[in-house]
Design a protein around this ligand. Structure first.
Ligand SMILES: Nc1ncnc2c1ncn2[C@@H]1O[C@H](COP(=O)(O)OP(=O)(O)O)[C@@H](O)[C@H]1O
Ligand SMILES: [Mg+2]
Length: 279
């Protein structure tokens, strides 16, 4: 992904006309596994996982609680070391955290002593690709994208839960990560706010062409947001199914077609392993 100038939006990573399967591989996971070794026992969190995520793809990791979804996302982010296997981004092996892979957490993690725009600017600190003078302008553009441009000077404690998540989203997007990682960001919000955020996240996805991986245990959320859903088995996690979601965007979480896909996703979770559909 390129940024022509700090005051322009990131160039789209994909052409929407190009089918996902024909776009280059952005992130590649090869036999990535994780066993946590505690003093008393070893916990096998993930069996070896292999998957390819294409440029500009919205991929969802779906599975029951404790199946290792966050573990895998944390490994991709570089917060955890895999026990085995490797991850490449644009063909280069990744190790450790880097601004090319940024995470949006369930807890927004904003600094209460900074106002809205200062929080977004914090995400741009030490990002020498963007000239200091251009950073504020860039922060404003992303606040506008999440519909918070009127609130740049607001203190964090005055914002609703949904607004806080929007600021966190702007902060994660402003440094122009190659891959945005999203770990169950919405469960703490009310249904109406969630519904609005599902729409906004898709709008941003369409507008920026960002490659996104989102983790959820909610089959409707998976069907509403994903281009493709990887269904994980219970712990130790492994991929049971790989389900493309063939619905136009912007999707509505309450659309019956989304509910139909959610049923399909659930049936793979409950049913026997279907190795033939796994990647
Ligand atoms: N730091 C850790 N040490 C030991 N076990 C862990 C650690 N982190 C996660 N686990 C275990 O690994 C499994 C997968 O956890 P997690 O990735 O958080 O699942 P999910 O996000 O799918 O709910 C769980 O059984 C969890 O208890
Ligand atoms: Mg988790």
């Amino acid at each position: 992904m390129s940024v022509d100038a700090a005051n322009q939006m990131p160039a789209a990573d994909r052409n929407l006309e190009t089918p996902a399967g024909a776009r280059p591989v952005k992130l590649k996971l090869t036999e990535v596994s994780k066993t946590y070794a505690n003093a008393s026992k070893a916990v096998e969190a993930l069996q070896p996982i292999s998957a390819e995520i294409r440029a500009g793809e919205f991929l969802v990791f779906f599975g029951p609680s404790g199946c290792g979804k966050s573990t895998l996302l944390n490994i991709i982010a570089g917060f955890e070391e895999p026990t085995s296997g490797e991850i490449t981004l644009d063909g280069t092996r990744v190790e450790g955290p880097h601004h090319d892979r940024l995470m949006l957490f369930q807890e927004h993690g904003l600094f209460p002593w900074l106002n809205v725009i200062e929080n977004v600017l914090f995400g741009l600190r030490r990002q020498f690709r963007f000239k200091p003078k251009a950073r504020r302008q860039r922060a404003r553009q992303f606040l506008e994208m999440v519909h918070l441009d009127q609130f740049e000077k607001a203190p964090i404690h005055e914002l609703s839960g949904g607004m806080k998540q929007r600021v966190a989203l702007a902060r994660a997007l402003a440094p122009d990560p190659k891959v945005l990682l999203v770990d169950e960001p919405f469960p703490a919000l009310d249904a109406l706010t969630r519904t609005k955020l599902y729409g906004d996240l898709q709008e941003i996805f369409v507008r920026t062409g960002k490659t996104i991986i989102l983790v959820t245990h909610d089959p409707r959320e998976a069907a509403c947001l994903g281009d493709r859903v990887l269904v994980f088995s219970g712990r130790p996690g492994r991929i049971k199914a790989d389900i493309p979601i063939d619905l136009p965007r912007i999707r509505d979480i309450n659309d019956p077609k989304v509910a139909d896909y959610a049923k399909t996703i659930m049936s793979h979770l409950e049913g026997p392993s279907s190795e033939s559909t796994a990647t």
